[in-house]
Structure formats: structure tokens, C-alpha cells
Design a protein around this ligand. Structure first.
Ligand code: PLP
Length: 478
């Protein structure tokens, strides 16, 4: 399988190069030249365990990695997850890393059993092993630099810690990430991990990282690499759980197709579901669920993609206005017309706005629908699911569940289609929101987090200065 850029400015590349490139060199995003149609394999795939299924799906996209090597990378990646036994009423018998459980009107896909308790582990455990594999024997190094407001940083650190040939520099705004998130990062004191606490905001941290990457001579001289969700390997790892969840849910309900509700920030997670649908998974709809930062919900309702101000919410990993993976959908929507895509992105850069016309039936896309949930509705959903079903949802997950229950109530999803809600984080990562919703902070506890308390920590304080970051990276990559 070869990969091309949405902006059409690079020669097609094979998988390994696509992964190391991250962002295409012409500023576009990489996509496979085509999506394989797997409808004739769904029946046999539906009986596979998670790692076996991951291997079968990924090998269709990773042409230049021999099967045996891919198999080892996959096995190692999912061994890092807690194997979770299914509930008593479930037909599945083996323990798996990402269980699906029915909960009241929806099915909850638990993606938070990895080392940092957020769904980003599913992709970053795989990406870390993949980077190490590609670098091995090449004599090359990779220095990953990433800014984080919380979840991405810890998942990247846990995916890359101790990996040969790789260093990871994570910038977080000092005192502005939650205490749990800070501890998940700074308690990792491996030699190849550099936690940098910026005297500034997340925006400062992001600006510093962008400046470093846009200095191409510096970037090349220091082998800088990126792990944000524009990396195709992250999307690919996430495609797998849409198949897995659909199989488990169809097995349980005997339905012929399923809908998904996905709490969305950068559009990476829901785009992976879109890829699964393109490949022939029987998906009725994918609901793009946003919090008050609802640029994507407004877009799928009206066709107008218009930048707004970021508002802080209870679901900080979704406090995003410009969704980096949206460009991938737009490119497919334009029938893979790079020229049209480039014009639209240039318009957006100039005016902060893109406007599209709805197709037949009044919708922009055969699969994608959207909804948003504000703070009050998020808290009410957490409270109700705890009271009615004894289930504690983290605030990101609650946004997706709120959108799904609203769509069921309004008939936007008909009652015969089961809805899978992606649970993207463990509630113990967000104890304040759980306490606010339920009045009971003790509901937000998890052994993995308790075990971190009292561990030695290390971080490097740094001024919010691009110069100082460049000096720091230079000093520690010699
Ligand atoms: C990153 C994140 C999201 C948003 O995922 P995208 O791929 O950016 O849309 C949702 N929930 C949690 C807990 C996250 O960490």
C-alpha cells in the first residue's frame, strides 16, 4: 500500500516512510491510495481476538513490513493493556484489551485499559513499537517533541519510554495540567524521557514546538519526529477497535449494522471509524460528538466550517477549534481532488471559514452526523448513568453518551440500531468532574493511579521561549 498527500505535493511513499514522515513534507496529511474492501472477510474476522484482528487489518496497510515482524509489534503493543474479562452475560470468553459492555440504552467500548488510562494508548503503544522497529539497524535516531495539555503527553511517554534510538521531549504548561496528568508524566524517569514544564500556557508550549518544527535545518539536523494524531499509524491502530466493537455488538444484539458515537477533538478517532466504514464494516452512522467547542458539530449541521474561540470545559482533550484530521475527510469528500483541497485550505487560512453544500438528502456525508453536549448536559449524563446503571463515565465519554441518547430520543438513530459509545478515558483521570456530578469523589479511583502517588518525579522547568527550547533539545540530543 502506498500513501499520498492530501495536497498532492509528494511522490507516493510506502508505509514505513509515511509513518516516519508524520505530516507530509508539502504540509498535507498522508492517506493510503485506496481503502481495501473487506466485506468478504467480515464473517471470519468476527471470530478473532483483538490482537489477531489487529494483525489482519493492519497487514492490508503495511506492505513493507514482513508479516512476522508486524505480528510481533502488534502482540507487544496490546500486551501492555490490562486483559479485561467480559461481563457475565457476554458471549465472549477470552480476556481482551478493549471490552464492549451494554449499559442502559447504549454499548460502551472501553478504550482506557492501557498504561495511561486513555484511548490514546491504543495507538501510541503501537506507534512506539513501530518507531523502534523501523529505526532498528538503521543507525538513525528519532527525537520526538510534543506539546500536551494532558493526555497526549503521558500516552506518548508511556509508548516511547525505554525505546532504543528514541528520545521524547514533552512540554506541558507548569501547574496547568491536572495533578493526575502531571504525575503520569513526571513519574516516568527513564533516561530517554524529558518532561519540560513550561512557565506559560498550553498555547505557548504548542507555539514553541511549531517554531522548532518549522525551522527545517534544525528539524533535519536533530531528527525531530512527531506523534500527534496526524500520524497515519495512529489512525490505523484505531480502525481496529471499530471492527472489534461492531463484531461484539452484532453478536450480542443480532443487528445487521451499528452506529457509533465518538467524543471528538482533532477528528482522529472518528476518522478511524470513517475508514472502517469505507472498508465495508456495516456502520449506519458515526456521530461526531463535541463539547462547547463545537466547530465540527456546526459544520455537519450547516456546511459552514468557521473557527471560534476555544472555551475551557470539563473535557479538556476536546477543547479544540481547528481539528487537524478534518483535512483528511475534506480530501475524500472532494473526490481526492488535491487542487480543490488546497484552495479550500488556503481560503480557511485567509478567512477562518469554509462553506460546503449538502448533497442529496440534505446531508454532507452518508455516514457522519453530529451533536454537542454542554457542561450541564455532560454532568447530568454522568449523574444519570451512575444513578440508573451504576456506571461512572469520564466527562469526555459522557459527551458522546449524551449525544447518543439525544439521537435515540429524537429518532436520529432508530431504536433497532445498536449504538456503541467510545469510552475514551478512565473516570479516575478526572476526579473533579466526577465529584461535581455525583458528589462522590471516591467513585473516581483506580489502582494504576494510586500506585503513582509517592513515586520519585523529574521535570525540567523552562521559560516559554523558543530559543530556550531549541537549546535544551540541542544539549540533550548530542
Ligand atoms: C484525545 C482525546 C479525545 C479526542 O480525540 P480526537 O482523536 O482528537 O478526536 C477524546 N477523549 C479523550 C479522553 C482524549 O484524550
Amino acid at each position: 500500500m502506498r500513501y499520498t498527500s492530501t495536497r498532492g505535493g509528494i511522490e507516493p511513499v510506502e508505509f514505513k516512510l509515511a509513518v516516519m514522515m508524520g505530516l507530509a513534507r508539502d504540509g498535507g496529511l498522508l492517506l493510503p491510495e485506496s481503502f481495501p474492501d473487506v466485506r468478504d472477510r467480515l464473517q471470519s474476522w468476527s471470530r478473532l481476538g483483538y490482537a489477531d484482528l489487529a494483525f489482519e487489518i493492519m497487514r492490508l496497510f503495511t506492505g513493507d513490513i514482513p508479516d512476522g515482524d508486524l505480528r510481533r509489534i502488534v502482540d507487544r503493543s496490546y500486551a501492555a493493556f490490562d486483559p479485561v474479562p467480559p461481563a457475565l452475560d457476554e458471549p465472549w470468553t477470552g480476556a481482551e484489551p478493549v471490552p464492549v459492555r451494554q449499559c442502559g440504552p447504549v454499548h460502551v467500548l472501553e478504550l482506557y485499559h492501557g498504561p495511561t488510562l486513555a484511548f490514546k494508548d491504543v495507538a501510541l503503544q503501537f506507534l512506539g513499537n513501530l518507531f523502534e522497529y523501523v529505526l532498528s539497524g538503521s543507525g538513525k535516531a528519532l527525537n520526538v517533541v510534543v506539546a500536551t495539555s494532558g493526555d497526549t503527553g503521558s500516552a506518548a511517554i508511556h509508548g516511547l519510554r525505554g525505546k532504543k534510538g528514541i528520545r521524547v521531549f514533552v512540554l506541558h504548561p507548569a501547574g496547568r495540567v491536572s495533578p493526575v496528568q502531571a504525575l503520569q508524566m513526571t513519574s516516568v524517569i527513564d533516561d530517554n524521557v524529558f518532561n519540560i514544564a513550561i512557565d506559560g500556557t498550553f498555547d505557548d508550549a504548542q507555539r514553541m514546538v511549531k517554531a522548532l518544527f518549522s525551522d527545517l535545518p534544525f528539524k533535519d539536523a536533530h531528527s525531530l519526529g512527531a506523534v500527534n494524531s496526524i500520524n497515519w499509524a495512529r489512525i490505523l491502530a484505531q480502525v481496529v477497535y471499530y471492527f472489534y466493537a461492531a463484531f461484539r455488538t452484532i453478536e450480542r444484539t443480532k443487528a445487521s449494522e451499528v452506529a457509533f458515537s465518538v467524543p471528538t477533538g482533532n477528528f482522529g478517532d472518528v476518522f478511524a471509524g470513517y475508514v472502517a466504514a469505507q472498508m465495508g464494516l456495516p456502520v449506519r452512522n458515526l456521530f461526531v460528538a463535541t463539547n462547547e467547542n463545537d466547530i465540527l458539530d456546526r459544520f455537519f449541521r450547516t456546511g459552514v466550517y468557521a473557527r471560534g474561540e476555544v472555551v475551557p470545559t470539563l473535557s479538556p482533550s476536546m477543547d479544540i477549534q481547528v481539528a487537524s484530521n478534518f483535512e483528511r475527510w475534506l480530501y475524500l469528500h472532494f473526490g481526492c481532488d488535491c487542487g480543490r483541497l488546497r484552495d479550500a485550505m488556503a481560503d480557511f487560512a485567509a478567512t477562518g471559514r469554509i462553506e460546503l453544500k449538502a448533497g442529496e438528502g440534505g446531508s454532507l456525508d452518508p455516514w457522519l452526523r453530529s451533536g454537542s453536549a454542554d457542561t450541564a448536559s455532560t454532568l447530568a449524563t454522568i449523574r444519570r448513568f451512575h444513578a440508573d446503571f451504576g456506571r461512572v463515565l469520564d466527562p469526555h465519554t459522557a459527551v458522546g453518551v449524551a449525544v447518543a441518547t439525544e439521537a435515540l430520543a429524537s429518532g436520529a438513530i432508530d431504536g433497532s440500531t445498536p449504538v456503541v459509545c467510545l469510552a475514551t478515558a478512565h473516570p479516575a483521570k478526572f476526579p473533579d468532574a466526577i465529584a461535581r456530578a455525583t458528589g462522590d469523589r471516591s467513585l473516581a479511583v483506580c489502582a494504576r493511579i494510586e500506585a503513582l502517588k509517592g513515586l520519585p518525579t523529574r521535570s525540567y522547568p523552562l521559560a516559554a521561549s523558543e530559543r530556550e527550547l531549541a537549546d535544551f533539545v540541542d544539549l540533550h540530543t548530542r
